[in-house]
Design a protein around this ligand. Structure first.
Ligand SMILES: *C/C=C(C)/C=C/C=C(C)/C=C/C1=C(C)CCCC1(C)C
Length: 308
């Protein structure tokens, strides 16, 4: 099962390589545009002017994220061979997730640099588009893969794991596809922004509900010494995923200036991505490693690579 999913993941990855070259017509854009706010031709009418501190906060966060994602990709790929063969696909997928994110953060970073120039002591928008589509393209690929990771490492009975994966991946797809039309309307924070927020929250809440109920059930069937790691992994998902809608709301809530909202949004998404992908992957590694040991596989006899 995991092999076919992996192949699907890879295919998706290459399919998307083509689409990032021309990021404008994202799939979600096909969703019916809401009401009066069919956005102006430029989708970034309101990229705000930033102080040097605000600009560098985001700049440094992006840079830090590229490093974190790249280093965790190396770790996940290299530590794969220490594990029992059954758990290697989970690490392979973890490595893919952070590699895909590393690439996208590189593009986001470039886009951020191009979107601003220092003029009279302030960072002023150059008019070049700061491209949100990189984020959404990234999520569209990595979120289902994160579900694959979790389910692969749980080693659930065959039918059960697949059913769970299909439900979670379909919901994740709709959550992201419906979020995008709202995201690109964030500077107006009008009807389109709110309608798509609410629509995206429906699959989001469904995912949280499924993770809470089904994973709690499956937890009882897991070996005792991995339960702690699994509930930690579940907590990481629950907490980090809640960060996304909160960061999204930075544009919509009163009291924040445009500049504060932009910085809040970018920093919020970035921290959430590191936790949901890299930190989560480390927990997947702990689970896989403990299960390998439980099953009599000599983890320590393998050539060690920066073991935790
Ligand atoms: C690695 C990337 C991950 C785990 C991304 C997760 C993204 C979300 C949970 C996004 C959720 C959103 C809502 C629930 C409503 C507003 C729009 C979104 C897409 C930000």
């Amino acid at each position: 099962m995991t092999t076919s999913l992996l192949t699907a993941g890879l295919l998706l990855f290459f399919a998307q390589e083509g689409s990032t070259a021309a990021p404008a017509p994202e799939a979600p854009a096909a969703a019916p545009a809401a009401t009066e706010t069919s956005a102006a031709p430029s989708k970034e009418p309101g990229l705000p002017t930033l102080t040097p501190a605000q600009y560098s906060t985001v700049y440094n966060m992006f840079s830090f994220t590229i490093a974190s994602m790249g280093a965790s990709a190396l770790f996940f790929f290299l530590s794969r061979n220490q594990l029992a063969p059954k758990y290697r696909p989970a690490m392979m997928v973890s490595g893919l997730v952070v590699s895909i994110a590393c690439y996208h953060y590189f593009r986001i970073f470039e886009s951020w640099e191009a979107a601003y120039e220092l003029t009279g002591g302030q960072y002023v928008p150059t008019g070049a588009v700061f491209n949100d589509a990189y984020r959404y393209a990234d999520w569209l690929l990595t979120v289902p893969l994160l579900m694959v990771e979790l389910i692969a490492v749980l080693a659930l009975p065959k039918g059960e794991g697949r059913g769970l994966l299909v439900r979670l991946s379909v919901a994740a797809f709709f959550m992201i596809a419906l979020g995008y039309p709202g995201e690109i309307a964030k500077y107006e924070a009008g009807a389109q922004y709110w309608i798509f927020f609410v629509l995206s929250m429906i699959p989001f809440l469904y995912i949280l509900f499924v993770l809470l109920t089904e994973l709690t059930k499956s937890l009882e069937r897991q070996p005792e010494n991995v339960r702690g790691y699994i509930s930690a992994a579940r907590l990481i998902v629950l907490v980090s995923w809640c960060f996304y809608p909160i960061a999204y709301l930075a544009s919509g809530v009163g009291g924040l200036s445009g500049a504060q909202a932009e910085v809040g949004l970018q920093v919020g998404y970035t921290i959430a991505d590191i936790v949901a992908k890299a930190v989560f992957g480390v927990y997947i590694y702990f689970i896989a490693r403990t299960k390998s040991e439980n099953e009599g596989y000599e983890v320590s006899a393998q050539p060690a690579v920066a073991t935790a």
